[in-house]
Design a protein around this ligand. Structure first.
Ligand code: UD1
Length: 365
């Protein structure tokens, strides 16, 4: 069996690493080809993740880089097509909802290549989010849809997708967390930043709706105010750093603004945080698994399970709501928490079971 895995952005690497590992272990004689589109290309956004997650070096680097949505998608399609032509895979595996995902799915489906979509069925019902468009296309054309939460079943059914394509397997991002738990615990990143565990707010913000306009300055002002009450650590995504420069927003005193962290350092900081403020999808999930209070600065979430079963509070797309965080934390009882169903570290094995069922002879041997 020849399988092509397409990844392009930081969260893609985290979601796909366990799938590649499970498939390689299941099919040691298979041909496993990794394509990195290059949507993310800074060392801190890309290489570090391959090293830390133990993903083999990509077989193909498409180096599409940044651009408008059309440029990024078109460049990826143009460069991926000859790779598929030459590699002649039986299946393309792609995670998530980024532009690399959209481009990979469109290229594959036009070439008659089946697509397995990891993290299928999430919906924010907000078509102004580029990711929502990407998700809908990936699920419309995917042949194997791997779901990580139960609400995805209803979302896909409502779009006329039949149950034969849906597989509720759990969350591969949590597989990575579980696999690296010991190394995360040993990283001790808070101490390296002179922070006491359980004392600080960890912030990540990068969505265009928040950072590409006037809300960014308001958010930084609110964070600066909050920093008088608790330490605030804010690793800057390149988009956010660029927008701060473009909009002339100075780094205020009291906020610890840093470069992006690698996976182990970031998860160490996340584990030890008093709370997290984010607009990232993956971080809503990781905090849910870890039981760390999470505040999401967005109007909606495509991950309602993190609000219903997890520790996530949806603040709305309103920087003023940041001021409520200390009071909410003080009044909230420490709820016992249990991760959502199948967020147990074994999702990728379930995917491998479906894509390549275990040999019954080996099982009885
Ligand atoms: C992309 C995804 C988003 C995901 C995020 C994770 C889309 C539409 N968006 O957003 O869903 O949550 O990745 O991080 O696919 N840049 C660098 N170095 C890099 C990468 C980007 O400097 O390695 C800068 C460039 O100025 C670029 C900007 O960041 O223009 C935005 O990058 P892009 O890949 O377009 O989208 P993200 O905001 O990273």
């Amino acid at each position: 069996m020849r399988i092509l895995y397409v990844v392009g952005t930081r969260p893609n690497f985290v979601k796909t690493a366990p799938v590649i590992a499970a498939m390689r272990s299941r099919l040691p004689d298979g041909h496993h080809v990794i394509v990195h589109t290059g949507q993310h290309y800074d060392r801190a956004m890309s290489e570090v993740f391959f090293e830390e997650l133990g993903v083999p070096a990509p077989d193909h680097m498409l180096e599409v880089g940044s651009g408008t949505h059309a440029q990024q998608t078109a460049r990826t399609m143009e460069r991926l097509e000859p790779v598929i032509e030459n590699e002649k895979p039986d299946l393309l595996v792609v995670p998530g909802d980024v532009n690399s995902t959209l481009a990979a799915v469109l290229t594959a489906v036009k070439m008659g290549l089946p697509v397995a979509h990891v993290e299928s069925g999430l919906r924010s019902f907000d078509l102004s989010m580029p990711e929502e468009v990407n998700r809908i296309v990936a699920d419309r054309f995917g042949s194997h849809l791997f779901l990580h939460s139960e609400e995805a079943i209803g979302n896909l059914r409502a779009e006329g997708i039949g149950p034969e394509r849906m597989h509720f397997v759990g969350n591969t991002m949590i597989d990575t967390l579980v696999a690296l738990e010991d190394r995360i615990a040993a990283a001790g990143t808070a101490a390296k930043l002179d922070l006491s565990p359980g004392s600080y707010l960890l912030v990540t913000l990068h969505r265009p709706a928040l950072v590409d306009g006037p809300l960014l300055a308001e958010t930084i002002a609110q964070l600066s105010h909050l920093a008088q009450r608790m330490p605030v650590v804010f690793p800057l995504h390149p988009r956010t750093r660029k927008m701060m420069a473009t909009l002339g927003i100075e780094a205020p005193e009291g906020l610890t603004l840093t470069e992006p962290f690698g996976y182990l350092d970031f998860l160490s900081l996340l584990t030890d945080a008093k709370a997290v403020l984010t607009d990232s999808g993956g971080i809503q999930e990781e905090t849910t698994y870890l039981g760390v209070p999470c505040f999401t600065l967005r109007a909606n979430t495509e991950r309602p399970v993190t609000v219903e079963l997890g520790t996530n509070t949806l603040l709305g797309l309103d920087p003023a709501a940041i001021a409520e965080i200390p009071a909410t934390l003080a009044s909230r009882p420490a709820a016992p928490h249990e991760p959502p169903p199948l967020w147990d570290g074994h999702a990728a094995e379930r995917i491998a079971d479906i894509l390549s069922p275990p040999d019954p002879e080996l099982l009885t041997a």
